[in-house]
Design a protein around this ligand. Structure first.
Ligand code: FAD
Ligand code: UDP
Length: 369
């Protein structure tokens, strides 16, 4: 008999939820993590009382009451409403696109005025069948919003011309005719009171965890230790890139502690939507979870080309990569002792609620007898 029932590769949210569910069923679980900390990209660390989101702003949001109850039963969450601002040329605009934004752009005051103005903006593009992100944006919001709030940000984020991006990316931005700056439409939204790392620590409390271990560097040895493997890393890397490399987009986070000011920008998230500013977002961590400190900590987020050795933050879900992923998924299905999950193994942009949901689905499939 092998020492463990499950070997979980990756101590991110997917691996942690699965490990928690498996341990609840009395399974023996070993978790391997390549990085030197738990949590994957949701990792947060307390710096003199301020919770710092090491890998960018993370706000848990969901419309599913069961998922909200599930995470709140692990650790308490504090309600938080994400309402980022956009800075274009030094002027501030509210997001998502709503009555405040329309007022700031055009001086329209009532929903009817705003609708009429938008209709005029979009009229030249009404019959367009959008083939790319630029066309989709022009059809949805017209040239003023596109040029001010979308084009520069998007081209920085993805490192290419908006005409070369798929249209679906922009469908995620809601358009509202109320004075409501809540970025998400979901009913439940919050941040763990003690940070995301506390959530992951609780989830992994019953598992054996080893940090700074790359499973793929010694795969045969680790495989021998468990009956089943759950792999949450990159699917192309698992197969040694035998079918080719999937594309990813990376990020660089530049974090600065400011001892000469207690409040630098007065809000948690500001998006920089013009091309000339090299970063896309600037976040001030203490505004996610208000805390009284004489200093503050700010992180700038720079999109970067992905290369081996960097973190693969975003899958690039274009036609070429999606087809290549499907080919890898066929290979994966033939690995009978291996389970797959998470944003890297599924090669999909998964929000945290999607990630928890997918991990619970996998656990239910295995453990619900
Ligand atoms: P990961 O966190 O990537 O975990 C996978 C882990 O596997 C990693 O720690 C990796 O080091 C490890 N690993 C890989 N290969 C190996 C190996 N060979 N051996 C050992 N370990 C290995 N979602 C929201 O809901 N709200 C937000 O506000 C939000 N903001 C985001 C902001 C940014 C900048 C990014 C990039 C994502 C954001 N997300 C947000 C998404 C959120 O981060 C994901 O849903 C979540 O982290 C996915 O968890 P995961 O376990 O699938 O992946
Ligand atoms: N986006 C934009 N302007 C903004 C914010 C987002 O044009 O101020 C676009 C951009 O193309 C981005 C997409 O909307 O890739 C999705 O944005 P979201 O904030 O949902 O993305 P994430 O936080 O996941 O990067």
């Amino acid at each position: 008999m092998k020492k463990y029932d499950f070997l979980v590769v990756g101590a991110g949210l997917f691996g942690a939820v699965f490990a928690y569910e498996a341990a609840k069923q009395g399974k023996r679980v070993l978790v391997l993590e390549r990085r030197s900390h738990l949590g994957g990209n949701i990792y947060s660390e307390a710096v003199d009382g301020v919770q710092v989101h090491r890998y960018g702003a993370h706000i848990f949001h969901t419309d599913d009451r069961r998922l909200w109850d599930y995470v709140n039963a692990i650790v308490p969450f504090r309600p938080y409403v994400n309402s980022p601002l956009a800075n274009y040329g030094g002027k501030l605009y509210n997001l998502p696109f709503n009555m405040h934004t329309f007022y700031q752009l055009w001086g329209t005051v009532t929903p009817q005025e705003a609708r009429e103005r938008l209709q005029k903006e979009c009229a030249p593009y009404a019959s367009l069948e959008p083939q790319n992100l630029e066309e989709q944006a022009l059809k949805l919001v017209g040239p003023t919003i596109y040029e001010t709030l979308i084009k520069g940000y998007t081209e920085k984020q993805w490192g290419c011309d908006a005409k070369d991006l798929p249209a679906f990316i922009i469908k995620r931005l809601p358009l509202r005719f109320t004075y409501n700056n809540n970025y998400f439409n979901d009913r439940y939204q919050g941040i763990p009171e003690e940070g995301y790392t506390a959530l992951v620590e609780k989830l992994l409390a019953q598992a054996d965890v080893r940090l700074d271990v790359d499973y793929l560097a010694d795969k045969a040895r680790w495989d021998a230790s468990a009956e089943h493997v759950l792999f949450t890393g990159r699917i192309d890397e698992y197969f040694n890139f035998s079918l080719g490399h999937l594309d990813y987009r990376s990020l660089r986070f530049e974090t600065e502690r400011m001892d000469d000011t207690a409040d630098y920008q007065g809000t948690a998230v500001i998006n920089f939507t013009e091309r000339e500013v090299p970063y896309t977002r600037r976040i001030e961590h203490k505004h996610f979870m208000p805390v009284d400190t004489p200093f503050t900590i700010v992180t700038r987020e720079y999109p970067e080309v992905f290369a081996e050795g960097k973190e693969p933050y975003y899958p690039v879900n274009n036609a070429r990569n999606n087809a290549l992923y499907q080919a890898y998924a066929t290979l994966a299905a033939a690995e009978k002792h291996v389970l797959w999950g998470g944003r890297l193994a599924q090669y999909a942009y998964l929000d945290m609620d999607d990630t928890v949901c997918e991990a619970l689905k996998l656990a239910n499939r295995l453990f619900a007898w």
